[in-house]
Design a protein around this ligand. Structure first.
Ligand code: SF4
Length: 264
């Protein structure tokens, strides 16, 4: 029996629509990263440090969502090291967006994958920097990291953050022994940082300016910043546009000026 031509047309339409939608959906859904922790940052790799990274400041996902990844960034956004140089290479940006999409679209799956990866023997005694760029963009995301850090006590975790108030609420009351955090100046919570009590970092225009101010120079070493004496000064990266904007001031001073201007 020959097929009813109308039925055949209906059938072909019915099957082609989901296929097209599937293809579109597939194109909009970034592939899952195979490795969550990398040594792609050469400066940190020199110290043997593994990193987890999100896009700096904000990102647009393939499905059109825009997500702020550094909600408390202040003036740092105008001179952000992670919005220049190799961080702008398409492959690098795509990798960071894949990471962000994984966290947002399947937070439980991401947390399990991160724990599983960290259980590999190569992470025993290793150092992991949470966020080569990006920050703790929500309470839930920070809570997931705290569960991960607590579940992997044999690994040292550290991070820089501008989420001072979030850390005051969720981390400081019961900090994991294997987590160090550094409050970095240049953000919207600067005024809540206590230089005498909090591990704090600032970006200075030059190395000489760090020692002139009596701060501890990090010698371009993250581990010194995380585990050495505080407060920590780091010299601005050699990004001409960022250096021009920063001028002769530290990120902390720049943020203070911006706050004064706003309140005036
Ligand atoms: S918080 Fe860090 S990554 Fe985010 S915009 Fe500021 S300097 Fe860049």
């Amino acid at each position: 029996m020959s097929p009813d031509p109308d039925e055949a047309r209906r059938g072909s339409r019915a099957s082609s629509i989901p296929a097209a939608q599937n293809a579109e959906l597939h194109a909009r859904t970034p592939a899952r990263p195979t490795r969550l922790l990398t040594r792609s940052n050469r400066r940190l790799a020199r110290e043997g440090t593994w990193t987890w990274t999100l896009p700096a400041l904000a990102a647009r996902l393939p499905d059109g969502r825009t997500v702020t990844t550094c909600p408390s960034a202040g003036v740092c956004a105008q001179a952000c090291y992670a919005r220049a140089g190799a961080y702008r290479f398409p492959a690098v940006r795509a990798a960071h967006i894949r990471n962000l999409a994984f966290v947002l679209d399947d937070p439980a799956g991401w947390e399990t994958a991160m724990r599983n990866e960290l259980r590999h023997p190569r992470f025993i005694g290793a150092y992991v920097r949470i966020h080569d760029s990006g920050d703790f963009f929500s309470d839930d995301y920070l809570a997931a990291w705290l569960r991960i850090v607590n579940a992997i006590p044999g690994t040292h975790f550290y991070c820089y953050t501008k989420e001072v108030l979030m850390f005051r609420r969720h981390v400081e009351p019961e900090p994991p022994a294997n987590l160090r955090w550094i409050y970095s100046l240049g953000g919207r919570h600067d005024q809540h940082i206590d230089l005498g009590l909090d591990r704090t970092a600032d970006v200075f225009p030059t190395e000489n300016a760090i020692t002139d101010a009596g701060w501890n120079w990090d010698h371009d070493s993250d581990l010194r910043a995380a585990y050495g004496p505080t407060p920590i000064g780091m010299a601005a990266r050699n990004i001409p546009q960022a250096k021009r904007r920063q001028g002769n001031r530290t990120f902390g001073e720049w943020q203070h000026e911006a706050r004064q201007r706003r309140s005036a």
